[in-house]
Design a protein around this ligand. Structure first.
Ligand code: AMP
Ligand code: GLY
Length: 421
């Protein structure tokens, strides 16, 4: 069997490594993949947003199944296009991917179906937004409607910052057309939990919960990033809370999407905040999270391809999806300076005998050497019997991966460990 994976980051590397456990899979192509994956997939220089080229590639290479991992191609209709030529896919069609592609859509969906989320207003007119902000409670949260590389959310701590955010999104268009419409919403507080789930539109199977660490620096300081590390499971996400989430959020969301004629099949990611008034949705993603996937999939005991096929065929209720009763920690190693300016082109070396998975995100091959080529370079992932051991082990193994200008947070998992105690 030949599989195509669209995307090229650490998340895709984790998906590919997990798929490889299935012995029926002879070949995996990654489009575009990256230079750090060469042992696990054949990387083909086709961009994840180049839908026509992806479709051509699938046609010419007798692809049996495709996994479309990133948000952009999903929102652009990559699954629709591949299915149209007869390639079965894991991932939602464009009309369902809109749950991430448009914050206005997802907020209105939650309001219509009574799914708990922050109170909000939508604006397409800048003056109206500015006027609203004159009396809105501060802090407030301002979100660009469309995809913005995970950067379209601004938490304004002062009224000035809020005005600036609106100007930059709606006037200066720092996020392009994504900022033509904006959502201004209530600032919520509480621990955050990421719950990735498999759904075929009928059944929802939440995966093991996780916690992202989005800020660049220790102590949750510094700028927002794509994620500097993760742990799973998330100790704040108790069985009782999981039950509430299933009843008030997960099932109602899948039901709502069906009602809207936008059945969601794939990985539906619930970004939740556990507030004093119960769990609320911060965001939906139409895909696996990055770097959540790097800690969730290593704990999946069931064959990933079997699950993906069951989702595609709407037979998820017929299989048992099991996770190991263990914990995982991912420490992201980045290029110093990220998410601002940084240098690349440094050789990445991984010591023999490293007792961790290394999922590579930003690397290229040059003269058979693997060189850094991005802000987030790779994730070092350790699995152990419990969270404390997983965190210890990850940090014990991190020094076995070296490249110049490497930077990583030293406190991934500490907040979760505190919660355990
Ligand atoms: P998002 O891109 O929607 O995940 O937002 C990025 C981050 O901003 C989230 O992980 C939260 O930490 C924070 N955030 C988003 N919305 C809110 C909100 N309504 N209240 C407080 N924090 C928020
Ligand atoms: N780690 C957050 C995301 O994938 O959007």
């Amino acid at each position: 069997m030949k599989i195509l994976v669209v995307g090229g980051g650490g998340r895709e590397h984790a998906i590919i490594k997990k798929l490889k456990e299935n012995k029926e899979i002879e070949k995996i192509y990654a489009l575009p993949g990256n230079g750090g994956m060469k042992e696990d997939a054949e990387c083909v220089a086709i961009g994840a947003k180049d839908i026509d080229a992806i479709v051509d590639f699938a046609k010419n290479n007798a692809i049996d199944f495709a996994v479309v991992a990133p948000d952009d191609p999903l929102v652009l209709g990559c699954v629709d296009a591949l299915e149209k030529i007869g390639v079965p896919c894991f991932g939602p069609e464009a009309k369902a991917a809109i749950i991430e592609g448009s914050k206005v859509f997802s907020k209105n969906l939650m309001k219509k179906y009574g799914i708990p989320t922050a109170q909000y207003e939508v604006f397409s007119d800048m003056d109206a937004a500015l006027k609203y902000l004159e009396t809105a409670p501060i802090p407030t949260v301002i979100k660009a409607d469309g995809l913005a590389l995970g950067k379209g959310v601004i938490i304004a701590q002062t009224r000035e910052e809020a005005f600036d955010a609106v100007h930059s999104m709606m006037e200066d268009k720092v996020f392009g057309e994504s900022g033509s419409n904006i959502v201004i919403e209530e600032f919520l507080t509480g621990p955050e939990v990421s719950v990735l789930s498999f759904t075929d539109g009928k059944t929802v199977v939440p995966m093991i919960s996780s916690m992202d660490h989005k800020r660049a620096l220790d102590g949750d300081k510094g700028l927002n990033t794509g994620g500097m590390g993760t742990i799973a499971p998330n100790p704040y996400y108790t069985e009782d809370i999981a039950k509430v989430c299933m009843e008030t959020i997960f099932l109602p969301t899948v039901y709502a999407m069906n009602k809207e004629g936008r059945t969601f099949k794939g990985c539906l990611y619930f970004g939740l905040m556990l507030t004093e008034n119960g769990p609320k949705v911060i965001e939906y993603n139409c895909r696996f999270g990055d770097p959540e996937t790097q800690v969730v999939l290593p704990l999946l005991k069931t064959d990933l391809f079997t699950v993906m096929k069951a989702v595609r065929e709407e037979k998820l209720s017929e299989i048992k999806v099991e996770f190991a009763d263990k914990a995982a920690c991912c420490v992201v190693m980045a290029s110093k300076g990220y998410p601002g300016k940084y240098e690349t082109g440094y050789e990445i070396k991984i010591a023999d005998g490293i007792d961790a998975e290394v999922y590579v995100a930003g690397a290229k091959l040059s003269d058979n050497k693997v060189l850094t080529a991005g802000g987030r370079v790779l994730g070092v992932v350790a699995v152990a019997d419990d969270l404390i051991s997983a965190v210890d082990k990850a940090y014990k193994e991190v020094p076995k991966v070296t490249f110049d200008n490497a930077y990583f947070r030293s406190d991934i998992g500490q907040r979760a460990i505190k919660a355990l105690k």
